[in-house]
Design a protein around this ligand. Structure first.
Ligand SMILES: O=C(O)/C=C/C(=O)CC(=O)CC(=O)O
Ligand SMILES: [Ca+2]
Ligand SMILES: [Mg+2]
Length: 365
């Protein structure tokens, strides 16, 4: 069925036509209301369950499987409103696709292309803006900003970044890579909208600031980490420092990017250089803490081929090589009214194909 069977059961927060917010799981094209199970599942956000720890997550999942198997009422998805499923504490974005880093450097820094010297020694990241993390379906207002000396106006190079987000449940600091699954509750699809013209003008030397802080969209569904099959992580050379070893699991997540319903790219998450366990270990390695609700994103997922690009910057070579959409129109960057949908599939721990849902957004002036 549809990738949303018993081997998936992603959590979300919804409200029925005339009702309060409640926690549910997705089953096929329906939602199952979990509020009658009580405890953390009777809350109006996932945070209490996320904070409770892995044993509670496993117990909750067993209870949910039993409840869903017993034939509960099914509420059609089209009848509910889906909300941001957790309260976002801090938001961090990494830069862990080698192919993305290489291609972007060729496009934006042709005078010095290649990876920066520290790239293979630590997972580069920056701290983003949690207040503007929004749920899929939220309209994305075109940001304005400075793009050159004396120039302020609407971005002319609005872009997407297809990423995978990891949602922290259990707080911690100096988290070992081996403890990753004790802290991370689940996975969600992320679109890290990016204004390339603002970015090019503002970003040196501190990195992205207003070019990415205006909006970050997430899927309404959080797939429990334990629902996913793991694969070996990408081989790393040079060997990273001890606090980044062992690397922890890789995940064979296959993303799709649709631009106004035209499939333009298939970014392969399995090609990411740094793992989510290494990212969390690095993020907390200086003694900084993470909290329940922290969201950290993988960084743009790009494979070696043009049709595996996780951004339109790469897909269209900074607008110089536009793509043709199904309606015959050409695009370099996003036009007002454009809709982008990032989807994904994965292998479940049970060995089946499951869906990661999708994250969509439409650009408004
Ligand atoms: O290489 C650059 O100058 C810029 C890279 C990005 O904008 C990517 C970023 O936000 C991190 C990522 O998603 O990989
Ligand atoms: Ca990003
Ligand atoms: Mg963003």
């Amino acid at each position: 069925m549809s990738g949303f069977g018993l081997d998936n059961l992603p959590y979300g927060v919804f409200s029925p036509p005339a009702g309060e917010r409640r926690i549910g799981v997705r089953l096929g094209t329906d939602v199952v209301d979990l509020s009658s199970l009580g405890g953390h599942l009777a809350a109006t956000s996932l945070n209490p369950l996320m904070a409770a720890g892995r044993r509670e997550w496993q117990a909750a999942r067993e209870a949910v499987v039993a409840y869903v198997t017993a034939g509960p009422p099914l509420i059609p998805l089209r009848d509910v409103t889906l909300h941001l499923p957790f309260e976002v504490a801090d938001y961090t974005d990494f830069y862990s696709s080698e192919q993305h880093a290489l291609t972007v450097s060729k496009i934006l820094r042709p005078e010095s292309p290649g990876l920066s010297p520290q790239w293979k020694h630590l997972p580069i990241g920056y701290h983003g803006r949690s207040a503007t993390v929004v749920v899929s379906g939220t309209p994305i207002q075109r940001p304005s900003g400075q793009t050159a000396a004396g120039v302020f106006g609407p971005s002319q190079r609005l872009d997407v970044e297809a990423e995978v987000g990891f949602v922290v449940g259990v707080p911690g600091r100096r988290i070992a890579t081996a403890d990753f699954a004790e802290h991370v509750f689940g996975v969600t699809l992320v679109n890290d909208w990016s204004a390339r013209d603002l970015q090019a003008w503002e970003y040196r030397p501190l990195g992205p600031f207003l070019a990415k802080s205006f909006a970050t969209s997430v899927s309404p569904w959080i797939v429990p980490l334990d629902a996913l099959a793991t694969v070996p992580a990408v081989a790393q050379d040079p060997e990273p420092l001890g606090y980044l070893r062992p690397p922890g699991p890789g995940y064979d997540l296959r993303l799709t990017v649709e631009w106004n319903d035209t499939l333009v790219s298939r970014p392969p998450f399995a090609s990411m250089y740094w793992t989510a366990a290494q990212q969390l270990a690095h993020l907390t390695s200086n003694g900084a803490s993470v909290r329940t609700g922290d969201l950290y994103a993988s960084g743009t997922v790009s494979g070696p081929d043009r049709d595996q690009a996780g951004s339109f910057l790469e897909l269209t070579w900074n607008g110089a090589e536009p793509v043709k959409l199904a309606d015959g129109s050409l695009r370099g960057f996003l036009a007002d009214g454009d809709r982008v949908r990032i989807g994904g599939t994965a292998r479940s721990a049970a060995g089946t194909e499951i869906s990661l849902g999708s994250v969509s957004g439409t650009v408004v002036p």
